[in-house]
Design a protein around this ligand. Sequence first.
Ligand code: ZN
Length: 379
Amino acid sequence: MGVVGAAVALPPSREVLGLAGWWLTNDQPPEVTLHVPPGVSRGQIVVGVTVGPSPSWRFLDALVDGRPLPPGPEIPIDTRQLKDGEHVLRVAVRDGSLRRNVRWVEATFRSDNTPPQVFLEPRTLVVEQGKTLLLQARTSEPAQVALQRAGTSPLSFSEDRGVYVAFLGVDPSLPAGRHPARLVATDEAGNQTVHDLTIEVTRTRFPSEQIVLPAHLLQLLTSGEYDRELNALTEYYSNSGNGKLWEGTFEQPVRGVISSGYGIERTYNSGVARNRHLGTDFDVPVGTPVSATARGKVVLAQPLAVRGNAVIIDHGVGVHSAYYHLARLDVRPGELVNRGQLIGLSGATGMATGPHLHFEIRLAGIAVDPLEWLGARFL
Ligand SMILES: [Zn+2]
């Protein structure tokens, strides 16, 4: 506040004479710009005020929705004192010339200090190891919704026709029992609502099997290559397009009987290595056409040491499907494929003891039972 730039103490000079001329003749009010925060604000905000080329001026008035505030180059506003919604800030600045020209400027900003309400379906979260639970959240205003669980990255919900949806995949190795989780809804202004939840995981009896691998395939397991490759693929599985790309149901990618089920605990060469089978194997001869299980975008199509020629498709909303050990790849990364579209031919590439198609469904990176998805309509 106050007079800025008045040069009364300077010796007479061209500037001073110029200033005197300005003082005497100026009829242009100062240029004033209000810097309101973009988007929706909450809590305390500060609106900056800049005044354009004018040798002297003073702040006269500041009004929010007609209520006075102390004017100045920075106007603090406590939006908690205001109703949620749009507000008008008006500021007056007067110059120091003879005519005392006054400029009024106004700007609008939006505030929101009310956390969103969020309602989750289903109310009680009960799901088997290795299975899928569709979560649907409705909110009182647009919000980011996420489910947080210790030890995992947050599961983000995606908007689908006005409802926020997320597919909760339960890792087959997650112990049965009650697991705490938090549902967090954050509106555009940053107001947050947190609901503490419990996910009850029930036990699935997974069979076990013994597998004998030849030395060169066993080496892929014992050398750590299997895990290294899985970690590298996590990057693909963890990123998903926001929108749902498919309609209807997921279809079986190949005609054939199941030769090895999801979740089986495998022991290799009498205990030299162990892991869990994270997909479903279909017993098909080399060269059998393999099709996309649903519409989606190819994010990986390349040879891998363990998984052989592999295709990964992102269906959006955190859902991916994967096809391993192919003999031939017929798609490229970035390609959009429809349900039933040929993506390659089955084979026995990578760590395979014989020709088959290994098929996976991953939800935010977690491999779940693919059979639950085939023919089912989750959304
Ligand atoms: Zn398999």
